[in-house]
Design a protein around this ligand. Structure first.
Ligand SMILES: NC(=O)c1ccc[n+]([C@@H]2O[C@H](COP(=O)([O-])OP(=O)(O)OC[C@H]3O[C@@H](n4cnc5c(N)ncnc54)[C@H](OP(=O)(O)O)[C@@H]3O)[C@@H](O)[C@H]2O)c1
Length: 157
């Protein structure tokens, strides 16, 4: 199963200056619990932003040209096709963890979205989700992380 996981502000912002424009430890904890022991796929900009492999997960980094140092738990792939070919052999979930370009690339393959709704409007954000990214999906579940932070899970209609 290919799942997109994203935290999104009221104005659909997801990033600013190459970083997450907020810090919610409850969401980071939720993200860790959800993805641990699975495979995560990220674009090169998100890889640069995180700065190191996330532990106890296979970190797939996508880039057409960039190189990264060989290191445990990190796999550099060059295309979506390479990710999809590998996914056939996986006995675990594959999470697309961003950023915007990477979500966009996998939008046809994502079967489930896990969306943390961040109760902020981020001024001067530079990275956004397209407003219609959940069209064709319906809400299956809602989970409360903190008083003002909710996670909504969507599956295909
Ligand atoms: N709120 C959230 O949940 C969340 C999650 C993740 C990231 N973010 C934020 O999003 C921002 C980064 O997003 P972004 O859209 O700029 O970048 P991104 O998706 O992280 O990375 C884009 C790069 O990934 C590579 N790539 C993507 N798709 C590819 C494909 N199909 N084949 C080969 N390479 C591919 C390309 O690298 P090359 O140019 O090297 O070929 C592309 O330029 C940051 O601000 C980050 O903090 C937010």
């Amino acid at each position: 199963m290919i799942t997109g996981i994203v935290a999104i502000a009221n104005n659909f912002a997801i990033g600013k200056d190459g970083k997450l424009p907020w810090h919610y430890s409850a969401d980071l904890k939720f993200f860790k619990q959800t993805t641990i022991n699975h495979v995560i796929v990220m674009g090169f900009n998100t890889w640069k932003s995180i700065g190191k492999p996330l532990p106890k997960r296979l970190n797939i980094v996508l880039s057409r040209e960039a190189n990264i140092e060989n290191q445990p738990n990190v796999l550099l792939l060059r295309s979506k096709a390479e990710v999809l070919a590998l996914s056939k052999y996986l006995n675990c979930n594959l999470f697309i963890i961003g950023g915007a370009k990477t979500y966009e690339n996998f939008s046809d393959e994502i079967e489930k979205w896990i969306v943390t709704e961040v109760p902020l409007t981020v001024k001067n954000a530079d990275t956004f989700m397209p407003e219609g990214f959940l069209s064709g999906f319906e809400r299956a579940e809602t989970q409360k992380l903190e008083d003002d932070l909710q996670v909504k899970i969507y599956t295909r209609d």
